[in-house]
Design a binder for this molecule. Sequence first.
Ligand SMILES: Nc1ncnc2c1ncn2[C@@H]1O[C@H](COP(=O)(O)OP(=O)(O)OP(=O)(O)O)[C@@H](O)[C@H]1O
Ligand SMILES: [Mg+2]
Length: 258
Amino acid sequence: MLLARDALERARLVDSLVAAQTESAALQAQLVDAHREAGALAERTRLSRDIHDTLAQGFSSILLLARGSRSVDGDEPLRDVLGRIEATAGDNLAESRRIVAALAPKSLTDTGLAAALERLAADLSADTDIAANVRVEAGVPDLTVADQVVLLRVAQGALANVRTHSGASTVTLTLGGSDRQARLDIVDDGRGFDAVAWAATQTNPTGHDLSTGGYGLAAIRARLRERGGDVIVESEPGDGTAISASLPLGLSSTGGAE
Ligand SMILES: Nc1ncnc2c1ncn2[C@@H]1O[C@H](COP(=O)(O)OP(=O)(O)OP(=O)(O)O)[C@@H](O)[C@H]1O
Ligand SMILES: [Mg+2]
């Protein structure tokens, strides 16, 4: 009997080890993608600054010189040529400004995390009857790619729970924060669970109690704590579930986006 339990325990341990390895490999792949994307964004920013500082400035100088020279008394054909130089420089100045504006990326928070959260929400809504919404509050800080990946993982874990356990009709993800910390709340109106009892099972140092089998919330908490953040899980049976993840800013050195 004892032997059978040991074997079961060992099998679960192996299972969770394999799951952790798979998870870690997937995260690694996602980070590589995120870094590549960040590299491309950084290159566009550089290019747009270069065009702004060289071509656009040059056209602007030509325009002003031509305009200045035209106002000086001179022969009519020369004034005509100067007029055309001014107009051509003006057109090209406007064109290079358009290119600068098109190249300059929006902040990574706009293009990266918010878009990824929207995709997760859209997938959930498409697969289930749960209406998933994303809100991005004003003043969300710019996040490093590494921090964005952490928050994306939190959202994936929380939404996996909403999908399988909640029976909710709506879930809202809210991205907010200040210049010191980022916050991601995932709130559903489903059946809820006893969060106090869950917290009491989270006793071992890895935060994962093998006897409960659940790995998702513990992984969320561990991932946030690794970066100096934390998660608050609020839920009661019959009363929905609220997960609030927070991450301090300015600690990461692996973002590479700024
Ligand atoms: N949004 C939710 N609505 C209702 N119950 C939830 C919700 N999130 C978590 N729970 C409850 O908390 C338990 C622990 O969640 P956790 O994500 O840690 O493990 P799991 O989902 O059971 O397993 P795993 O994530 O490893 O597949 C769940 O089994 C479920 O009972
Ligand atoms: Mg889970």
